[in-house]
Design a protein around this ligand. Sequence first.
Ligand code: NAP
Length: 314
Amino acid sequence: MKVLVAGATGALGKQLVPKLAAHGHEVVGMTRSESKREAILDLGATPAVADALDAEQVARVVAEVEPEVIVHELTALSGDFDLRHFDRTFAETNRLRTEATDHLLAAGRAVGVKRFVAQSYAGWPAERTGGPVKSEDDPLDPAPPEAVRSTLEAIRYLESAVTGADWTEGVVLRYGGFYGPGTNFAPEGGEMVETVRKRKFPVVGSGAGVWSFVHIEDAADATVAAIEHGRRGIYNIVDDEPAPVAEWLPAAASAVGAPPPRHLPRWLGRMLAGEAVTVMMTEVRGASNAKAKRELGWKPKHPSWREGFGQVVA
Ligand SMILES: NC(=O)c1ccc[n+]([C@@H]2O[C@H](COP(=O)([O-])OP(=O)(O)OC[C@H]3O[C@@H](n4cnc5c(N)ncnc54)[C@H](OP(=O)(O)O)[C@@H]3O)[C@@H](O)[C@H]2O)c1
């Protein structure tokens, strides 16, 4: 198939493009930068330069390429990662999840794409009541902390725009937290590894917030499966072991050779990092991958972060 990957130069894109090429697909990789053309060619794709926030540029590229599938893996999170001001940190990513989604959908509709695959997030956006692990059928958080409201709205927007596009097969992949090459949990340049090493990532309060992770290569494999035969709907792309912060954070520290994380009482966590971070440390829910396994025929090669973290930094 002819596949246009928006976000081909990102952590996920770099894994995804060579896998698609190896499966015999003709891939066009989108970037904003002329200077990244060569890198995209090296990944096995034809480069196309466009700003996803510019409707005309997107329409031009999509009309030229005439892809059968469009993949939306856009994000804008480089620079200061200030979780206290979560919505500010995610402001441009939220535009990519709303405006760029609209541009890609409109352009895709004009050329009649058969499938549209877009990223979302598994974990903290889910409701914070009931069991610790949520399926795709469970509702999103109806009353999120104030600092994450715009970000959750953007996620909600993307998910409903894509699955509601009845002229194509609209597939949403809710990835767990990425780890592995090119992500923030990687030995070189991985911000999270550095933060854990410096003991600047404490367990807050009970540490009962449940997180789901996925190795970036497994996320790319699931994306290939979704591109090839995903049916309209939402799929959690996470590993087999959602786990509370109080469990995975000490294991992550041990994997990177750091002393165990510090513990902060909830009130101090709230004071230093804000309500949203405190909620993520204490109340959020993890995600189940049962549907993705069943319907995409995908299985993570790294079934648990427990071994995966160590393998990545080894
Ligand atoms: N990191 C996680 O744990 C996680 C978890 C769940 C979901 N996700 C989502 O999964 C997707 C892939 O994440 P990632 O870590 O691979 O992202 P990444 O490494 O930050 O890559 C971002 C990509 O977006 C492109 N991009 C940004 N702004 C653009 C614009 N205006 N026009 C065109 N391209 C633009 C960049 O291309 P150029 O710089 O080449 O222009 C780059 O290829 C993202 O949508 C992210 O939100 C991530």
